[in-house]
Design a protein around this ligand. Structure first.
Ligand code: HEC
Ligand code: HEC
Ligand code: HEC
Ligand code: HEC
Length: 409
């Protein structure tokens, strides 16, 4: 009996009806969200195009022919979207999942199109994007890619549309298909539950807003892959064809350390350098409301001002200058003058100065008897966001700042 079965298998192989055992490697890059490189604010580093490029090159060294899929959401700002699109083109992306940001912003779509990226979105607000990209992942292995994000289609309609497209992919000779999802895990799972098992994707790459990738899992033949947003991670999917079936295995790597691709780093540096030029060369900013700066406090609170200058708040602009990143995108939190008055701070009292936390002290300048009022933690979290201050703890941070202010008292 067993011998007979073996003979049958041999016959099938000789006839060439079954494809030989093989492996296809997909590399999936997470949403960029305009993060060109880790900014350096705290431990929760964000993304990095140059590291992503180096990592993809490394994967291709161990798995030649690995294909690159980009989850999309390239910007804002538009000039950052431009670089992310250029990187996707450089890595030869076979499909770019068009995220909500691109779908809503014609400028971002234009940027992606200019880079000749194969965009896909099943539910765009305007029906100008292909819903699916079918490509050869390896000789003789066709794969379909679809992307979903916010759109006018409701759950049931969207599921039906995915089902139709899956059928089309099969008709076009695709062995399986990949879904790039900008929805959360639960929404995506509910959507796929409406599809017959045979129509479900082999791989779901899920864009996560969380910084760390969550555990992966497999259900009904679908391998779920999480890719952290802001370019923080990259997932590698190895699809093996054995015994007539495709099986996928995924691993995720964080794009926060390791070598950087020199060429891509050059693009990033040039992009930031151009933003600096724009700032200093910009026409006079809109008349800044007259108001005191930190320097106005030194007269009476000399010791406090001296202590503040040694504190990170007093060095916040210098931090950026040392990195060559004194650009609006960073100064908006590191330079209170830019934040409040639209002009870049000057002199020794640049940075997160006194008025960032004591806004009412303008009146106090007129009459020292008027009290600047108490500090609300809400004043801190505009800058101390989870992204830029991951170790934020109101009590300890407030105590540290208060100790600086009390230095002269
Ligand atoms: C949303 C506000 C915000 C933006 C935007 C921002 N930062 Fe920061 N940055 C912070 C805060 C808050 C800290 C302090 C974090 C802490 O210690 O908890 C910080 C800290 C840093 C540090 C660490 C300094 C040190 O002494 O350890 C660096 C470096 C830095 N930022 C660079 C940048 C760069 C470069 C950019 C632009 C690409 C940027 N930041 C944009 C808020 C911001
Ligand atoms: C003309 C002198 C003078 C100037 C200028 C001045 N202050 Fe004061 N400030 C005082 C005096 C006096 C007090 C009350 C005594 C004390 O606590 O040292 C005070 C108290 C404060 C307090 C504590 C308030 C409280 O309720 O206990 C804060 C906060 C403060 N000043 C912030 C500022 C800031 C910020 C500036 C700059 C915008 C500033 N001051 C400029 C004289 C001045
Ligand atoms: C205008 C933006 C902004 C506001 C508002 C702000 N911070 Fe900061 N804070 C920063 C930046 C930027 C840094 C890091 C500066 C650097 O090192 O270059 C920082 C650093 C700090 C640090 C030093 C952390 C360390 O590594 O030692 C403490 C503590 C802190 N902030 C507490 C507070 C508290 C408490 C508040 C509210 C009362 C507050 N900050 C409001 C931007 C802000
Ligand atoms: C990051 C926020 C922040 C910045 C920037 C800041 N302060 Fe304060 N300041 C505080 C906090 C918090 C306290 C504690 C009192 C409170 O909670 O109201 C305080 C208290 C004070 C006091 C009262 C000290 C006492 O003995 O009670 C003075 C005076 C003062 N600040 C002046 C200044 C001056 C001058 C500057 C600029 C050199 C400055 N502060 C910058 C947050 C800040």
């Amino acid at each position: 009996m067993r011998r007979g079965l073996g003979g049958l298998l041999l016959l099938v192989l000789v006839s060439g009806a079954a494809p030989p055992d093989r492996t296809v490697t997909l590399v999936i890059g997470g949403c960029t969200d305009g993060y060109l490189e880790p900014c350096g604010c705290g431990g929760q580093q964000a993304g990095g195009l140059a590291r992503r490029a180096a990592l993809v090159t490394a994967v291709r060294q161990r798995a030649p022919g690995a294909v690159y899929l980009d989850l999309g959401r390239l910007g804002p700002p538009a000039r950052h979207a431009e670089l992310a699109a250029a990187l996707a083109a450089r890595l030869g992306a076979v499909a770019v999942g068009c995220g909500a940001a691109e779908a809503r912003q014609p400028a971002h779509l234009a940027v992606a199109r200019a880079a000749a990226l194969p965009l896909t979105n099943v539910a765009p607000p305007e029906a100008t994007l292909p819903a699916m990209v079918v490509f050869d992942a390896a000789p003789g292995v066709r794969v379909g890619v679809m992307s979903i994000c916010l759109g006018p289609l409701a759950g049931a309609e969207l599921a039906a549309r995915l089902g139709e497209l899956a059928a089309t992919a099969t008709a076009e000779g695709a062995a399986w298909w990949v879904l790039l999802s900008h929805f959360d895990q639960a929404t995506t799972a509910r959507l796929l539950d409406r599809l017959p098992v045979a129509r479900r994707p082999a791989v779901v790459a899920l864009a996560l807003t969380a910084s760390e990738p969550t555990p992966r899992w497999t259900a009904d033949g679908t391998t779920w892959v999480t890719v952290a947003a802001k370019g923080r991670s990259l997932s590698v999917v190895e699809a093996h064809h054995t015994n007539g079936r495709w099986q996928c295995q995924a691993s995720t790597e964080l794009v926060i350390e390791g070598p950087r691709d020199d060429v891509v780093q050059g693009w990033v540096d040039a992009c930031f350098a151009a933003q600096k030029v724009t700032e200093s060369g910009a026409p006079t900013p809109p008349a800044a409301p007259a108001g005191p700066t930190g320097a106005a406090c030194a007269e009476c609170h000399a010791a406090t001002v001296a202590a503040w200058r040694q504190h990170p708040h007093g060095r916040a602009v210098a931090t950026l200058e040392a990195l060559g990143r004194d650009v609006a995108a960073c100064l908006r939190c590191h330079d209170e003058d830019l934040r409040q008055r639209g002009v870049r701070g000057a002199g020794a009292d640049r940075g997160v100065h006194c008025l960032a936390c004591h806004p009412a002290s303008a009146a106090h300048l007129q009459a020292a008897t008027s009290r600047p009022g108490t500090i609300s933690v809400d004043a801190c979290t505009a800058c101390h966001t989870p992204d830029h201050s991951p170790h934020w703890q109101p009590a300890t941070y407030l105590a540290q700042v208060a100790a600086v202010c009390r230095a002269g008292h």
